[in-house]
Structure formats: C-alpha cells, structure tokens
Write a protein that binds this ligand. Structure first.
Ligand code: DQA
Length: 148
C-alpha cells in the first residue's frame, strides 16, 4: 500500500505563532489534518514527524527505506545547512518532494541555497499551506508511478 512519510523540520512546531506574516496562520496540526483528508480520499497511508533535531530526522529517513514509498519534507532551516539530511535522502533511494511555506528565493540570501533540492524530485515553495497540499499531490503521483 502507498505510504507517505511527511517530515517537518525545526521550529515548524511553532507554526501559527511564528512570524505569521511569513509562514501564515495555520498550525502544524491544521496542515497535517488537511493532508490526512487528502490521504483518506486517495486511500493512501500517511505518517507525520516533526523534529527539531537533525540526527532524529536522519534516523527517520534511514528507517523509512523499507516502510514508505515516498518522502515529503520541509527541512526548514536544515534546508540550507544539512549535508547529513541530503545524504540520508540519497541513501534511502526514496523519491523525495521538498516543500517550503515561504518563497525561499525571495528572502535572505542564505535561504536561496537548498542542499536538499538536488536530491529531491522537485521543490514547491512560496504557497503557504498549499505548498504542502500540492507537494502531497506530487508525492502521491510519484508513488503511483513507482507502483508503490
Ligand atoms: C521554511 C524556510 C526556511 O528558510 C526556514 O528556515 C524555515 C521554514 C519554509 O517553510 O518556508 O524554518 O522551510
């Protein structure tokens, strides 16, 4: 059965309270509920992890290899710094969709580089909660294309 792992990186647990002018007013729980609804309609399984710890995210990606069909990740600040998360995605061999709430290319220069993008199938950014919902659609289609 198609199973998608959604990973939310550091500080995304603060959504709703954190710079709503940049990240919107949805909480992480609301975003997850919206994705869960799509997953139910599409009859696929979905699991969520939020972590503020790089190693925990690396471990989760490593364990995902035999359990999930596709990864959907908002690596948050680790987007711009984490060779370890990038390597874990490569090592897993799983197709990966990268999403961001904000348009990282319209913000500070240090956010313009994603270390994750080259190992992702694609990136969606700048659409707030819709980045996740569009990303989930892409992840479902990737899973279907794999026959997983
Ligand atoms: C973010 C963008 C990152 O630059 C930032 O560090 C985040 C959130 C986004 O979803 O827009 O924490 O990934």
């Amino acid at each position: 059965m198609t199973k998608i792992l959604v990973i939310h990186g550091p500080n995304l647990d603060l959504l709703g309270k954190r710079q709503p002018e940049i990240y919107g007013s949805f909480t992480l729980d609301e975003i997850n509920k919206r994705m869960k609804k799509i997953a139910q309609e599409e009859k696929i399984e979905i699991e969520f992890l939020q972590s503020n710890h790089e190693g925990e995210i690396v471990d989760a990606i490593g364990e995902a290899k035999n359990k999930f069909s596709v990864l959907l990740i908002n690596p948050a600040a680790y987007t711009h710094t984490s060779v370890a998360i990038r390597d874990a995605i490569s090592a897993s061999g799983l197709p990966c969709v990268e999403v961001h709430l904000s348009n990282i290319y319209a913000r500070e220069e240090f956010r313009h580089t994603s270390l994750i993008a080259p190992v992702a199938r694609g990136q969606i950014c700048g659409f707030g909660i819709d980045s996740y919902l569009l990303g989930l659609r892409a992840a479902i289609n990737l899973a279907k294309a794999r026959g997983a």
